[in-house]
Ligand binder design. Sequence first.
Ligand SMILES: Nc1ncnc2c1ncn2[C@@H]1O[C@H](COP(=O)(O)OP(=O)(O)OP(=O)(O)O)[C@@H](O)[C@H]1O
Length: 349
Amino acid sequence: MPPDALLRLDGVTRRYGDHVAVAPTDLSIQAGDFFAILGPSGCGKTTLLRMIGGFVAPSAGTVWIDGADVTRLGPERRPSGMVFQNYGLFQHMTVRQNIAYGLKLRREPRARIDAAVDEMMDLVHLRHLADRPAPQLSGGQRQRVALARALILKPKVLLLDEPLAALDLKLRKTMHGELRALHQAIGGTFILVSHDQSEVMTLADRVAVMDGGRIVQEGSPRDIYTKPADAFVSTFIGEANVIPGIRRGGRIDLGPDARLDHAGRDGPVNIMLRPEQMELDPPSGAPSLEASVVDLIFLGPFTHLHCALDDGVRLLVHLESRKLATFPAPGGRVRLGWNPSEQLVLDAP
Ligand SMILES: Nc1ncnc2c1ncn2[C@@H]1O[C@H](COP(=O)(O)OP(=O)(O)OP(=O)(O)O)[C@@H](O)[C@H]1O
């Protein structure tokens, strides 16, 4: 395994009867990464995370952590810690007791446990609640206890299974900042499972996008946003306009008329453009399409223009409000264009 990869999966697979929850998967994660596994419900991301943590046994393949084959070890014997979606706190214990629990099991000396718990409570801003019983904590406070309880054992890899899913949007945003700060303060390796693309874009330095039990693309959030591997990834990360087209020799024809014309077709393709890459009334010579305005949403600095081509394909355009001399009216016709160097041509399935 490469010297700097802290975690490596070689052909890790999980089947339930005939159902393949995770197809044979190879993955390397470097020490210090904040890595995210992103995908829709049922794509296999939790199963993959649980195989890393030792909570689910792989049907095939090998899990390596820090150079050791841990495939057959239970969770407590792996150098990883896990934070679950429902936190799993001990309800009859206080904050301090919950955080101390793992070190007590390890029979560490009392003074060392106290010092470590104090340090953890400072890290997650809970010192003032040290003696409060778990049932009297808010969602965000419980989440912090769960994080501290896992981190106090100094895991080489911290596994986070949708850790913020139970929190409301505002608190989730606060916790994003705290998780990032925590990752930076500790310098550890975090692996987050999430179906929330904005969470992943905010937190992770590397992302694996899963679909149907497979990793379909891996890279930095920026790579995945600017160079999505296929139409699924483009619509899953960020918003995307996917315009069906026809390849004819070296040319790509778009729009309803092109799709009806069967002359000289080589095959279907999709053009992907982000909403901010499209503009109104493009200069002559730029590729463009005519569309009807469905709706117009003014959001201060930006105006979102929802349009439809004549065959029903929907397009979303983000316009800078200050650059709009007049605002298009719903029901009206507009010409939408783009810079061809920014369009991404994806093979249509
Ligand atoms: N114990 C099990 N027995 C049978 N099938 C299972 C089991 N656990 C998971 N699966 C199936 O494996 C697939 C992947 O499940 P998994 O929980 O990993 O998905 P997920 O991407 O984490 O979804 P979610 O975001 O909804 O939690 C699903 O089709 C699920 O029904």
